[in-house]
Design a protein around this ligand. Structure first.
Ligand code: ZN
Ligand code: ZN
Length: 227
């Protein structure tokens, strides 16, 4: 139900992020939410409409990018280890990539018969979704023979940011919305989600004046008596 979570779109997102630039963000004054999906704010530059999922995804993505890069003793032990069994062809690929998985803190223990055991995981994993996350990470290798550690790290950050962000149709309290906009303003690139979709749409005061025909088009008549 969330198309951005498939592997093909992860790939596209990764490619786009390669050429990303840094930029400055306008000062925003929040004034409302629409349909549990869009946040409205005004600033000196005019009206800003923000996609709350894309905004949070961007914030989380920048957070995960750092967290995932910090592999150390940062591990959470599982009470019940995760047991993963794969077909032989997949197991061979996993075997080839065990070191790359370990580079991100996923230490799969060989349990024979194409089976692996995971006893602990990085702390950025979401509780209750450990198996789903590790399976999706393994899928990245099964679907891409040339996956580098750098790309693996990046794709995992994109995947996690999407998973952990509020979806549409979710009411935000005014305070939560303001905090989200504040966080967004501190992002390296607040203008796009990691999949390349826009986080905000901007209408300048000029745009608004045009929309409401407050600015006279010299070729047009009929609005002369209005002010
Ligand atoms: Zn998403
Ligand atoms: Zn996205």
């Amino acid at each position: 139900d969330h198309p951005e979570l498939d592997l093909a779109s992860l790939d596209k997102a990764y490619d786009k992020l390669d050429g990303e630039e840094h930029s400055t963000f306008p000062e925003l004054e929040y004034f409302g939410q629409m349909h549990g999906t869009y946040l409205f704010a005004q600033g000196q530059g005019g009206l800003y409409i923000i996609d709350q999922h894309a905004a949070q995804e961007r914030c989380k993505y920048e957070y995960y990018r750092i967290e995932i890069g910090n592999v150390s003793s940062n591990q959470q032990r599982l009470l019940v280890p995760i047991v993963l069994t794969y077909p032989t062809t997949d197991a061979l690929k996993i075997e080839e990539n065990l070191d790359k998985l370990a580079d991100l803190g996923i230490e799969l223990e060989d349990f024979g018969k194409n089976t692996y055991i995971l006893r602990q995981h990085p702390t950025w994993f979401k509780q209750g979704e450990e198996e789903e996350i590790v399976r999706e990470m393994i899928d990245m290798f099964l679907n891409d023979d040339k996956l580098t550690v750098a790309k693996f790290r990046e794709k995992t950050a994109i995947m996690m940011s999407c998973k952990r962000s509020i979806k549409a149709n979710h009411h935000l309290e005014e305070e939560q919305a303001k905090i989200l906009l504040k966080k967004l303003s501190t992002c390296e690139n607040p203008f796009n989600c990691p999949h390349g979709r826009p986080v905000l749409v901007h209408f300048t005061s000029k745009d608004m004046e045009h929309m409401f025909k407050r600015i006279q088009d010299p070729h047009q008549t009929g609005f002369d008596d209005e002010l």
